[in-house]
Design a protein around this ligand. Structure first.
Ligand code: SF4
Ligand code: MG
Length: 313
């Protein structure tokens, strides 16, 4: 993912003047096959939009997304269809994303029909397989979404994403709507499925405990940009960007010796339609220097695989 950018134009002003919302503002990120990369950040930081741009469910304003060597931003609708099979989305709210008037069997068969896969009999067989793979049973196929618990619905959402045998799954807050006890079940299921089907995950979350559980590498986003990216151990052991430090300081740490002093972030997340100049974190940063107010810090490698965009580094 190179310089991925999504600017929304909204006519919001008092006189109808255009306002540009810089939802995603030049994201660079590499995701290797078979790994789980998480994007973490507060709501409104652009993480969901980034996920959707990567799948081209939202058209990026600029940038490149290479998937197996091809820039999917340049693909025609017909070619994109082929790639879509390989890249699926799991939603935060499985209830809102499951059609209430369709049976689970039909919900799971739909993607196969859309992609013209198999005969009716073959599709039925695949649907019956997939429902068991996610821990439900054939008896559930004739039921409707409202007959299931939140956790079961997310299993159905995962089955629907999995039925096309994708390579990449973008999971946007897949457990945020669930009780904590159910969250662990779904995360464990996702990890088992990853091993079984060699899946690559882009996992989007605001929850650092969940991210710690599931990720190999973590990218921290702030106001449409990646401010720090590192493998999980390195990031949690040695958070370097002041924003990452503040985020992590709010999470209970299992090892009391490593406990970070709680850092309270001053002020609100600025509006992405009017981001601060220079380092966009500067109005909230305790280490802000003069240079921070005018110059955008580049993402630089501070040690092997650990990248930070901060003038302190
Ligand atoms: Fe803080 Fe400056 Fe680093 Fe931004 S660049 S995070 S303002 S020290
Ligand atoms: Mg979101």
């Amino acid at each position: 993912i190179k310089s991925l950018t999504k600017h929304f134009v909204s006519k919001k002003g008092f006189f109808g003047q255009e306002k540009v919302v810089r939802a995603v503002d030049g994201v660079d990120l590499t995701i290797y096959p078979g790994e789980t990369v998480s994007i973490v950040g507060e709501s409104g930081c652009g993480k969901s939009t980034t996920g959707r741009c990567i799948l081209r469910l939202i058209e990026p304003t600029a940038g490149e997304v290479f998937f197996e060597g091809r820039d999917i931003c340049k693909l025609s609708p017909a070619d994109l269809r082929g790639v879509r099979r390989d890249m699926q989305l799991v939603f935060q709210d499985p209830f809102a994303s499951l059609n209430p008037r369709k049976t689970v069997g039909r919900i799971l068969e739909d993607p196969l029909i859309v992609h013209g896969i198999g005969t009716a009999q073959e599709r039925q067989k695949r649907v019956e397989e997939i429902i068991e793979i996610v821990g439900l049973s054939k008896q559930h196929l004739s039921r409707f979404p409202h007959e299931f618990s939140g956790g079961q619905r997310q299993r159905i959402g995962i089955a629907r994403a999995l039925i096309l045998r994708p390579k990449l799954i973008v999971a946007d807050e897949p457990v945020s709507a669930l009780d904590v006890s159910i969250q662990a079940q779904i995360l464990n299921l996702m990890q088992d499925l990853q091993k079984e089907f060699q899946l690559t995950y882009l996992f989007i979350s605001h929850d650092l405990s969940v991210v710690r559980h599931i990720s190999d590498r973590v990218a921290v986003m702030y106001l449409g940009r990646v401010v720090e990216v590192a493998d999980k151990e390195s990031l949690y052991r040695n958070p370097t960007h002041p924003y990452t430090q503040a985020l992590l300081s709010a999470v209970p740490v299992p090892d009391p010796k490593r406990e970070l002093q709680r850092i309270i972030l001053e002020g609100d997340l600025p509006s992405p339609s009017n981001p601060p100049a220079g380092c966009t974190f500067h109005p909230r940063c305790r280490s802000c220097m003069d240079v921070c107010r005018s110059e955008i810090p580049l993402l630089r490698q501070k040690e092997e695989g650990h990248w930070v965009s901060c003038h302190l580094e």
